[in-house]
Design a protein. Structure first.
Length: 86
């Protein structure tokens, strides 16, 4: 795979921000945020990482003073695509 994107949607909201990957290696993908995310309302967000040839990979995000990404918790996904993500 050469390209990845992350879609970030506030839980209970409708606006989705999509970011392309900054760089990808065989085992790591790096995304770079911008002001749209830094100025977004704090709270819980759903992140869906899409990499061609792979199932969508779901990460819970909590925006507050820091940007925290949950490691294995996926308890606040509502998207049906995210059901079954581990």
């Amino acid at each position: 795979a050469t390209e990845a994107t992350i879609e970030i949607t506030r839980v209970g909201g409708s606006d989705t921000i999509v970011y392309p990957s900054l760089e990808m290696t065989a085992d790591k993908v790096t995304f770079m945020w911008d002001d749209a995310l830094y100025k977004a309302r704090s709270g819980r967000y759903q992140g869906i990482i899409r990499i061609e040839g792979c199932q969508p990979f779901c990460v819970p995000l909590h925006l507050g003073c820091k940007c925290n990404i949950g490691s294995s918790e996926n308890g606040y996904f509502t998207s049906s695509e995210c059901l079954g993500c581990k």
